[in-house]
Ligand binder design. Sequence first.
Ligand code: BG6
Ligand code: MG
Length: 216
Amino acid sequence: MSKIKGCIFDLDGVIVDTAKYHYLAWKRLANELGFEFTEEQNERLKGVSRMKSLDILLEIGKLNFSDEEKLQLAEKKNNWYIEYISNMNSNEILPGAKEFLQIVRNNGIKTSLGSVSKNSMTILNNLDLAKYFDAIIDGNKVTHAKPNPEVFVLGAREIGVPEQSCVVFEDAVSGIEAAINAGMYSIGIGSKKVLNKANIVIDSLADMKIEMLELL
Ligand code: BG6
Ligand code: MG
């Protein structure tokens, strides 16, 4: 019997290839405001809420705006992002994601989404992915972005699994920190160098085997 009873998945960059669209939209905003924004700088925005992301972006660009103006800038970015994701198709489901979700469920392990994106439901519905999750926690249900553990703690509560029996799958540094703050195991999807606090790091869910949960 596995000690892992719940798997909590981030969405952007773990299940679907949308992290690139967030980056493109932020970069477009930065360029329009007159500064460059690199992929390396973008690591700081992953897993971070929309408004917090904007604050980091403006800090990089050394620009100040009023709260009112910031809301408008965030809305502009989000409209571009929605435009990008409206053309998404199943090719943008990341390798191995659906297959691993199915295997997890077949093994009697509960699944939850744990994303701070307010656009999560749109993506899950467009790609018919909602059916793979026993619980869905998104940006509309939480008040604190990662690395605050709220999104994962709520996920564990909704699937009825104690924190210490959950593992989080994450592509963001802030997400791995949130998992640690929640008292959960974590599996990083991406670079070992960037996600060095995770228990295990893999390139994609295509490399994930259910037996690996025993290694945690
Ligand atoms: C996270 C992304 O999943 O959602 C962040 O990693 C993004 O890059 C955040 O800023 C909020 O998303 P949204 O769709 O609510 O703007
Ligand atoms: Mg992510």
